[in-house]
Ligand binder design. Sequence first.
Ligand SMILES: *[C@@H]1O[C@H](CO)[C@@H](O)[C@H](O)[C@H]1NC(C)=O
Length: 453
Amino acid sequence: MIYLYLTILVVAKLSLATDYDYGEVLEKSLLFYEAQRTGYLPLNNRVPWRGDSFVTDQGHDGEDLTGGFFDAGDHVKFGFPLASTITFLAWGMVDAKEGYVKAGQWENGLDCLKWAMDYFIKIHPSPNVLYVQVGNGTEDHQFWGRPEEWTGSNPRLALKATTELPASEVAGEQAAAMAAASMVFRENGDIQYANTLLAHAVQLYIFATTYRGRYSDSFPEIGGFYGSWAYGDELLYAAAWLFRATGKPVFRRDYTRFWTEFGLNYRPTEMSWDQKLPAAQILLAAVDGSPQYTNAAREFCDWYVYSAPRTPLGLVFFSMWGSLRMSANAAYVCLQAANAGINVEVYRTFAKSQIDYILGDTGRSFVVGFGVNPPLNPHHRASSCPDLPAVCDWNAFNSPDANPQTLFGALVGGPDINDVYVDDRADYVGNEVALDYNAAFQSAVAALCEIHC
Ligand SMILES: *[C@@H]1O[C@H](CO)[C@@H](O)[C@H](O)[C@H]1NC(C)=O
């Protein structure tokens, strides 16, 4: 009997003479993060249609919780996807600094990271306290208008994780973010700030690992927004980042334990703000290099390159909700796997194909304000508002006109599995923007800029 194994690799490669301007994309993606800032904006704010907002955000004991970033088209500060975002951004700045420098964006990158870190310091006012959310998602989503003109609760709801109400995944992820960022500031010569960040990272790590629990159990209202499945991946990721940032064997001991304790030796099907296992496996392939990690990294990326579902035009496809960020996330971690020496050319080619799909390979751009035929109607309140003093309310949401403000650099949700995308402001599944959408995307673009800029 003859078994015929036939593997057909379809590479939808549309002919293109030149690369995209990855430096311009990097510049604009950083502008997107600037447009998402809240609190008292600095004098060098580059987004003219944004002003101070939510300057009364505070903790249960009156702690100043102003600052940080709006999550998406809305105005809530969700700590979990924010921390995940910042870890990805910091990772790109640690490992693709040359891309930022070539694009002339290193200083803007540092500003973005510092804005995040200043907020992370505020929401961690003592070792075992972490504010994991500011703003009430239900109330927030009933509002349409400028963040500067919020008329709801004041001050806003703040969710406070403690030893009795633990939040292992949020504290673990924020520990990872602060450890990674400490490496960026240390490399930049800001030793004191780097040490401060690292001290917070270690405290958060101890909080996350000692007082264990899912934050969606501590705060059931998170469930409809950013509920989490498990925290083993974040603990692994945090230990890996702390090992990388400090070189201390205690963190190697811990990630080795977590690997077994949480059964993390498997291939996840996605890489997202909640599922960090591929990122942790690939980080460990690079910083530890033991076969269990390099094998896991190879399995994840091989599956994406050769087996994952794709649209007819070649986008690997996982979810209707923000399809492009899922592909960008896979692209980024597989660029990292390539950096660790695994299937270098195959993974780089794969990653570039995914990012180039986003930037225009299908004949249109999915990044606001960039390239050919970019989205004009992202589901994003602030950019849907006309210039002051015109009123901004649900009429702006319902307006048939394009968003009056250009939300430069924002990656929209993206197409369905048949490459169909509609630029419709009401479509928050395919046309919202979010911190986490741009995160690994931006780092992938920086890594591509290292090679192609
Ligand atoms: C959040 O807002 C909704 C709608 O306004 C309200 O019913 C709910 O009580 C609020 N939750 C908290 C915890 O304040």
